[in-house]
Design a protein around this ligand. Structure first.
Ligand code: ZN
Length: 162
């Protein structure tokens, strides 16, 4: 089966930082990842690379940051007064805090703590990184009407509705 629009694709993957070769994530010890092709469920660079491939092929692709998690932006690094984090238990570098914004929840990572100021980074942790994906063992099936209407996959590896 060829991977095309409206195909539900399940696959195993390994993703690494293309520069350092450091492994970032892998589905090795879990269920394969499932997505609805053409619905932007996964990063655009990977979706493009899988387009037209035969399900079952091994695919290795390097995805530029712009087609992965985006470029880093210094505009997304903010300094806030320490009091603004008064209800956060541990205010130290590396801790992620969740902020409720008008656009929904935003994850910010504390990158620096000074006496009266804290620096928060709202960039995605993988922003600015060129990623290498190794994709294997894909299977494909046609999406159901319901999946197409919802724009995501149901069942194993997909969304579960109550
Ligand atoms: Zn659904």
């Amino acid at each position: 089966m060829l991977i095309a629009e409206n195909t539900v694709v399940s696959f195993h993957y390994r993703v690494s930082d293309d520069e350092s070769s450091e492994l970032i994530d892998s589905s090795e010890n879990s269920e394969p990842m499932s997505y609805l092709h053409g619905a932007r469920n996964i990063i655009i660079g990977l979706e493009k690379a899988l387009e037209g491939k035969q399900a079952g092929d091994d695919v290795e692709v390097t995805v530029e940051a712009a087609e992965a998690y985006g470029e880093r932006s210094e505009d997304r690094v903010h300094k806030v007064p320490r009091e603004a984090l008064s209800d956060i238990e541990r205010v130290e570098p590396g801790v992620t805090v969740v902020a409720n914004t008008e656009q929904g929840q935003l994850n910010l990572v504390i990158v620096d703590v000074a006496e009266d100021e804290v620096t928060l980074d709202a960039n995605h942790p993988l922003a600015g990184k060129r990623l290498k994906f190794n994709v294997s063992n894909e299977t494909g099936r046609e999406a159901s009407e319901e999946e197409l209407a919802h724009g995501h996959v149901h069942g194993p590896g997909g969304h579960h509705h109550d």
